[in-house]
Structure formats: structure tokens, C-alpha cells
Design a protein around this ligand. Structure first.
Ligand code: PLP
Length: 428
């Protein structure tokens, strides 16, 4: 579907915003079309500037697990806004949401709120360095932890989509302290993490990689990572910005039964408003200022509207059977996609954990960055444009995930499968 108003807005945006967008992948460069400008959203649908309707599998890149504009969340934000939008002083809402997070997430005894996922990961790494007195961090090829300097080494998400290996502006002196190793390789864990001369402060990992497309951890990988880091005195950080409150109420650590030392959260805990958080063992968190010497602060941290939205979101997720229903629906949809690909004879790998999935256009299994790179991005771009024409909004990059919400109805998913079959047939 062409959106004439979006085209006009994009031309205007490019004059005043770099690339016309406030986050690079939104520019849709890798799928060869202009972005839609969105006017409103409700349930499983978003509406462009011309009022055209699309079934949404992006869900704001994950936060909208209960669909767009959920009445409870909107009401919580409206109710809070009447009392003022920011005080820069403590509120009871922060204590409420912190208590909910501590109760939900196995590794978290204390939690600090920030305003984005990047702030959460950046702060968690500083804390791990301050706590251990060491500088080196280990990450995994193709994982993305936000845009802080230390993470822009073989990173996923927009860095990968745009083919940028790192980023100008990130000093060599900083990235020399970042080691990036292959995801899902126990051998790489053994050789790197056992090397005491490397002075490793922490390992940061997406427990399910979501920024080279969805790549689940191989059986035993997270367990091995936990075992070695514990033995070597290395702080293990789970970046659960995507998986937190997504795979289960306790996140990936509950889903896989592996408990890290620190956890980073974002997306869902803000109910669609800007929130991030990092938390973990009290022993480590007590090093954060003002209790300890590791500095981290924020004018809008714990913002009252964001806390209200987060509380409303988490309450919705506590409903009996929420995750069972969502994960079952997602499994059925993923099976449907595989069936369609099989019928049409299109080589495709479907990676899924819970309600997060990616269809990779490649004949070989995708288990890490190298195998993800084999996917045919040109074919994905054609599929993206065909689906958009039939009113279905997918992530504008092969290396991102589809996110399901509780508002995706059976009828929505049936239609999505029909349109997928038509699109796949045209790709052959
Ligand atoms: N960590 C992961 C796993 C992410 O997927 C993202 C963003 O997509 C981030 C960190 C950064 O979060 P934000 O974009 O809120 O800064």
C-alpha cells in the first residue's frame, strides 16, 4: 500500500532529522522502500498517515505484548498525568514497580530504573567493572545491547542491517576492552573466559539473541556460560531488554532456569513509555551510588507516567494463562509459516522462542551470526514489500524479530498466513 502522506512527511523529515528518522532501521533502507508514518494504533493494528490499516508484527520492537493502546495502560497514564509529569524526586510508584520486578525476576534483589535499554546495559557494565575492578567485557557476535560505545563491536540490529562493522566516533581505546565471540560456541566460552590474563569483568548476553533475527541458545549454552562465569569470578549479565516479561513473567532466566548476576530490562516494563532497568544481587547493586561508588543518575529516571504504565502492563501479564496462550498461539502461527514455506517449496528457517520469531530466507539452520548472514536479504526485502501491500507490517530488516501480542486474533493470523502464501509464491 502506498501512503502518499507518509512520502510527503518523509521528505519533510529528511530536511530536519538525519535520514528522516530517530532510529536507523526505521528508514527501511534494507527492504528498499520508504517508511510509513504512523498516526495511531489499536490492538494488533497500526494506521498510517493516510489512515490505512496494517496488521502489526513489529509491536514497537517488542514492548506492546498486550497490543496497542490497551485501555488499562492508557487509563493509568492519563490518571498519573493529572498529578504532574515529572518531579525529579522519589514516588511511591517507583517502589511499587521495583517491588513487582523484584518479585518477578529470579536474579533481581534490587533494581534501578533508567529511561532506555541502552542506559540499562551501559550502567550494568559500568557496575560490573566498578564491582570487579576489571575493564574487559565479553559480548557475542550479532548481539545488540544498545548504542553505547563499548557495544558497537560486531553488533546486531541496525548496525548489522546497515552493514556498519562498528562506528566512527567510538575510540579504539574503548573498544580494545570489548571482546566479541561467536554466539552458541561453548569452545569460545572455554578459551576466552578461562584466560585469566584477559582480566574479564563481565559477560553480557542476550539469552535469546534477537538482533541478528531470533537465534535461540543451543541446549546447554546458557548453563555452560553460567557455570564458567561463576567459576572464574566473572559477572554474568543477561540483557533481557527483549526477553524480559516476554518469554515468561520471569523472563528468559525463568524460562531456561539459569540465573545471572545482573539483568537488564526495557521495552515491556514501560508499557510503551521510555523505561529501562538494571538489577541483580544486592551485594553487587549496593555498589551503585549513593550506597556505593559507581555513579549513575537520570533526570527522568523513574518518571511517574512511565512507572504508572509499567505497573499497568505488568498487572495485565499476571493474568492466569497469559503466557501459555500467547506462546501456544505463536507456536501454531510459526507451524503455519513453515507449512506454507514447505507447500511453496521456499527454503526457509523458522526460529522461534515463545512469542518471538524470525523467518530466515536460507536453506541452512541459523544458529549464530555467521549462519544468519547466509540469509537472502534481497528476497526478504521483496517479501516485506509484498506483505506491506497486503496490509501486513513486518520488521523492515531480515535481522529483526516478529513479535506477537495477546491481541493477534485467530482471524488475524489466518489472514497473515494466506497473505504469506501468496507472497512466498511470488518469490519462487
Ligand atoms: N538490548 C537489547 C537486547 C535490545 O534489543 C535493545 C534495543 O532493541 C537494547 C538493548 C537497547 O534498548 P533501547 O533501544 O531502549 O536503548
Amino acid at each position: 500500500m502506498e501512503s502518499l502522506k507518509s512520502k510527503k512527511l518523509f521528505a519533510e523529515a529528511k530536511k530536519v532529522i538525519p535520514g528522516g528518522v530517530n532510529s536507523p532501521v526505521r528508514a527501511c533502507l534494507s527492504v528498499g522502500c520508504d517508511p510509513l508514518f504512523i498516526e495511531r494504533a489499536e490492538g494488533s493494528y497500526i494506521y498510517d498517515a493516510d489512515g490505512q490499516k496494517y496488521l502489526d508484527f513489529v509491536n514497537s520492537w517488542g514492548p506492546m505484548i498486550m497490543g496497542h493502546a490497551h485501555p488499562d495502560i492508557i487509563k493509568a497514564i492519563q490518571d498519573a498525568a493529572v498529578y504532574g509529569t515529572s518531579y525529579g524526586a522519589p514516588t511511591s510508584s517507583e517502589v511499587d514497580l521495583a517491588s513487582m520486578v523484584v518479585e518477578a525476576v529470579p536474579s533481581i534483589e534490587k533494581v534501578r530504573f533508567v529511561s532506555s535499554g541502552t542506559e540499562a546495559t551501559m550502567s550494568a557494565v559500568r557496575l560490573a567493572r566498578g564491582y570487579t575492578g576489571k575493564n574487559v567485557i565479553v559480548k557475542f557476535d550479532g548481539c545488540y545491547h544498545g548504542h553505547a560505545d563499548s557495544f558497537l563491536v560486531k553488533a546486531g540490529s541496525g548496525v548489522l542491517t546497515l552493514g556498519i562493522p562498528g562506528s566512527p566516533g567510538v575510540p579504539e581505546d574503548i573498544v580494545k576492552n570489548t571482546i566479541s565471540i561467536p554466539y552458541n560456541s561453548v569452545e569460545a566460552l572455554e578459551t576466552t573466559l578461562r584466560d585469566a590474563d584477559l582480566n574479564i569483568a563481565c559477560v553480557i548476553v542476550e539469552p535469546v539473541a534477537g538482533n541478528m533475527g531470533c537465534v535461540p541458545p543451543a541446549p546447554g549454552f546458557l548453563q555452560k556460560l553460567r557455570e564458567i562465569t561463576a567459576e572464574e569470578g566473572i559477572v554474568l549479565i543477561f540483557d533481557e531488554v527483549i526477553t524480559g516479561f516476554r518469554l515468561s513473567y520471569g523472563g528468559a532466566q525463568q524460562y531456561y532456569g539459569v540465573t545471572p548476576d545482573l539483568t537488564c530490562l526495557g521495552k515491556i516494563i514501560g508499557g510503551g513509555l521510555p523505561v529501562g532497568a538494571y538489577g541483580g544481587k544486592a551485594d553487587i547493586m549496593n555498589s551503585v551510588a549513593p550506597d556505593g561508588p559507581v555513579y549513575q543518575a537520570g533526570t527522568l529516571s523513574g518518571n511517574p507516567l512511565a512507572m504508572a504504565a509499567g505497573k499497568a502492563a505488568l498487572k495485565l501479564l499476571q493474568q492466569d494463562g497469559f503466557y501459555e496462550d500467547l506462546n501456544q498461539k505463536s507456536a501454531a502461527y510459526a507451524d503455519g509459516l513453515l507449512e506454507v514455506a514447505g507447500r511453496v517449496g521456499l527454503p526457509m528457517q523458522l526460529n522461534r522462542v515463545g512469542s518471538v520469531m524470525t523467518s530466515f530466507f536460507t536453506a541452512t539452520p541459523v544458529t549464530d551470526f555467521e549462519t544468519a548472514m547466509k540469509a537472502d536479504t534481497g528476497l526478504y526485502g521483496r517479501h516485506y514489500r509484498q506483505m506491506l501491500d497486503s496490509g501486513i507490517y513486518l520488521a523492515p530488516s531480515q535481522f529483526e524479530c516478529s513479535f506477537m501480542s495477546s491481541t493477534h486474533s485467530d482471524a488475524d493470523l489466518k489472514r497473515a498466513l494466506l497473505e504469506t502464501e501468496k507472497s512466498f509464491s511470488l518469490l519462487k
